[in-house]
Ligand binder design. Structure first.
Ligand code: C2O
Ligand code: CU
Ligand code: CU
Length: 492
């Protein structure tokens, strides 16, 4: 049955029984099926200077707390952050180091920190069971044994992740290594770290209050912030820039592009460098995903303004609007001697034949999850994986340490967008069928989060680490995650 038809029929049934609360959600759903979409973005003036979180390379100490920030002009907004203001510091570490991090929870509720993309032991991964109570602290010790890459961190307390991230708790975790160093990629002023997040702001305050309809599509905001600044600009020279972008939004997908359609080069993905740069004009970036790109401002005249934007796209309940994210102002002439390497790294493909098991993960959104029963999956638990809603204590999948497996995320019946993420491993993408029908440039590298658009089925392959423990995998649409679209897997 098509969604709209289903909604109509079950709403008729509800009206007969005068089930008012269900009627209300039916009306929300009718609106949605009649074309409501992500909230319309309000482009700003691009007159605030882009700022960057502080960078720390030693004495790592994080303090989750409430702060005041100026997100919109002349208004003081209450936010959360890991130091002052919104967001948290950028942690920069070298491969091979072991990083002690002290963490203090000064929020009025429980939280924890998950190190997204890091291959670390289960007891420091920020599993939703490992909670730090309000007023308590926790000392992490993170062994860094993985490729250089753009990783990140954020809270992971079950049912509260979306709100805490939305309120401002997130930051970059950058790993450097000698392989990447040797490429002499643009650095210093020519390397920019950008976290893109949409916020809903009412009367100057962040407003996180998703309706049932918004739990379905994801909670989207009308203000697009980069590094916590709404509609910023940044001055650049006539040079090539390395720009690392994190989509730190709870649900919004961006189709990253430049307003003049200039080709940019994807050099890295979630788990570090690709083998070769890949030129593209646009790239979909789902919540939780990162992309590392080279943008060339050499050919522009001084004075030129270039926008980073999101272009329209299809494949789900978003993408109906083109909007600008930030402005680059070419404000000075400089000589650039950097030449883009033709080879960046070596990525040894994992042979599908080495897989000992294939698992299918049927991902279901609100409508597909209703099983034809009136209200069957309404309320919490509207989003499921293999028909299950998250249970902190239940082990859903058991895998053998060191084994290679193929997992297939199946959204072939779904209308919603699901960026699927697995803790504890980096994977390679084998195929996408249905929907877009092929892989995109960033999917040629190591990934920890994979965008599964409406009607798509995506196959990935990975080798689990030797270290044993319980990790989660889930949808990184954080409304879906909090609604229960998450399972535990155990490495034994
Ligand atoms: Cu960034 Cu479990 O997530
Ligand atoms: Cu993660
Ligand atoms: Cu989802």
């Amino acid at each position: 049955m098509k969604r709209r038809e289903f909604v109509k029929r079950s709403c008729a049934a509800a009206s007969v029984l005068s089930m008012l609360p269900i009627m209300q959600s039916c009306m929300d759903n009718m609106n949605m099926s009649m074309g409501s979409n992500a909230v319309t973005v309000k482009e700003g003036l691009f007159s605030s200077a882009l700022s960057f979180p502080s960078v720390i390379t030693s004495n790592f100490s994080m303090n989750a707390k409430g702060n005041a920030a100026g997100l919109l002009n002349n208004q003081t907004t209450r936010v959360l952050g890991y130091s002052g203001g919104i967001l948290g510091p950028t942690l920069k570490v070298d491969r091979g180091a072991t990083i002690p991090i002290t963490f203090q929870n000064n929020l009025s509720e429980e939280t924890n920190i998950h190190w997204h993309g890091l291959l670390i032991p289960a007891d420091v991964d920020g599993h939703p069971k490992n909670i730090v109570q309000s007023g308590s602290s926790f000392n992490f010790n993170l062994p860094i044994n993985q490729r250089a890459g753009t990783y990140w961190y954020h809270p992971h307390p079950h049912g509260k992740t979306a709100r805490q991230v939305f309120m401002g708790l997130a930051g970059f975790f950058i790993v450097n290594d000698s392989e990447e160093q040797a490429l002499n990629l643009p650095s210093g002023d020519q390397e920019l770290l950008l976290v893109i997040q949409d916020k809903r702001i009412e009367n100057g305050q962040l407003n996180y209050s998703p309706s049932m309809n918004e739990i379905m599509t994801g909670y989207t905001g009308e203000y697009i912030l980069v590094n916590g600044t709404y509609a910023p600009f940044h001055n650049v020279a006539t040079r090539q820039y390395r720009i690392r972008i994190l989509n730190g939004s709870t649900a919004r997908v961006y189709n990253i592009a430049l307003n003049d359609n200039q080709t940019f080069y994807v050099i890295g993905a979630d788990g570090g460098l690709l083998s070769q740069p890949a030129g593209v004009n646009s790239l979909l970036l789902g919540p939780g995903e990162r992309v590392d790109i080279l943008v060339d401002f050499k050919s522009y005249a001084v004075g030129k303004e270039v926008y980073l934007m999101s272009k329209t796209f299809s494949g789900g309940v978003q993408g109906q609007q083109d909007f600008k994210i930030m402005k680059f102002v070419v404000n000075r002439q400089e000589t650039d001697t950097f030449t883009k390497p033709s080879q960046l790294s070596v990525i040894q493909p994992i042979a599908p034949g080495s897989s000992s098991k294939t698992r299918t993960m049927k991902i279901k959104g609100m409508m597909e999850g209703m099983n034809g029963n009136m209200g069957g999956n309404m309320g919490s638990g509207m989003h499921t994986i293999n028909d299950k809603v998250y249970d902190l204590d239940r082990i859903d999948e058991t895998v053998i340490a060191g084994d290679t497996e193929i997992w297939e995320f199946d959204n072939s019946d779904g209308d919603e967008i699901h960026p699927m993420h697995i803790h504890g491993v980096q994977f390679q993408v084998l195929s996408r069928t249905g929907g877009r029908g092929s892989l995109v440039a960033s999917e040629m590298g190591w990934k920890d989060t994979i965008l599964v658009m409406s009607r798509e089925k995506v196959k990935i392959i990975m080798t689990f680490p030797q270290e044993k423990g319980v990790f989660v995998f889930h949808c990184h649409n954080l409304e879906h995650e909090d609604d229960g679209m998450m399972l535990n897997y155990k490495i034994v």
